[in-house]
Ligand binder design. Sequence first.
Ligand SMILES: *Cc1c(COP(=O)(O)O)cnc(C)c1O
Length: 374
Amino acid sequence: MSNHHPIPMVDLTAQYPLLRDAIESGLHQALDEAKFIMGPNVAALEAETAEYLGADHAIGVASGTDALHLALRGAGVNPGDEVITTPFSFIATAEAICYIGAKPVFVDIDSSTFNLDPDAVEAAITERTRAIIPVHLFGQPADMPRLQAIADRYSLQIVEDCAQSFGADINGQMTGTIGVTGAFSFFPSKNLGGYGDGGLVTTNDEAIADQVRMLRNHGSERRYYHDRIGYNSRLDELQAVILRAKLPHIDTFNQKRREVAARYSEALSQLPEITVPHEDGIGKHVYHQYTLLCSDHRQREHLMHALSEQDIASAIYYPVPLHQQAAFANESGKADGVLPVAESIAKRCFSLPIYPELPAADIDRVIAAIHAAL
Ligand SMILES: *Cc1c(COP(=O)(O)O)cnc(C)c1O
């Protein structure tokens, strides 16, 4: 037990003082105007995110999960199609495929970045394969150059899951603008997060943008005329106010995340018992999570327990790969041992506290606790 303050995974209150004036004045104005559905802030956020990301179109939707779902529909994925994706992600990546009646095909990941292994993707392609969903996991861009080459060779669409990678780029090209569409989440703890749910679809394809705009609003372009069955999946106007206040700071926030990660890695990379995050240099890592790899699951338990004894949070992203989840026990499930890298990483990884304002003294306390435990 310690008399230190607790260190959480994320502290959203730490950012509010910087944003308070912009958020409060924006909210007051939005409340006075009372244009709560598809109002001026949603339109402005769409324009501002499109500009920031370098996308022709950015379309606000209700969540990152919906962004994936509508992006896949816009990209022309149909019932019965196969979509190749990673088993080492949040379940929403694969759920979105199932919403369409398409089939998630899970393939193994790279053991050092935990991102999709392009060779495994290519080996899984069949005549039913329609699309690939790479996840830029923990904020590190997936190997888009190789994945895009494979997609081009087999005429497949790439829908990028950018829920954890807002602001990450590959040679100056933002994630979300490399494949045919990108899907972002504004869940509060994401690198660009609202104060509730929200999401964004990006594309340079006008026809896809039109489809997504229609689908998020009941299949309608003109009020009370419905071209197809759609959804109620609009981005909330008040969330757009908050996101607009945060967007100008996103590069600073991501830079601070990189500095936190560098301080951790500097102090932990010499320890033979653990492996620090590997930057493969394909793109810029924006450290949505800072994830360590232990030699086995017992050592992970030991370290997480030692941290919690010091009131330091840690978390496992993700303890069960998607191909071993009960929800996929049917045709997308796979027997133990079939995707060995994902299964091994899931047993050995855990993540440390990280957010832009994490104080250096707290980082050092986390580092000291790990050194003491090993
Ligand atoms: C958060 C997340 C999602 C889902 O986003 P929501 O906004 O919570 O629906 C999808 N994929 C990944 C990789 C995520 O981290």
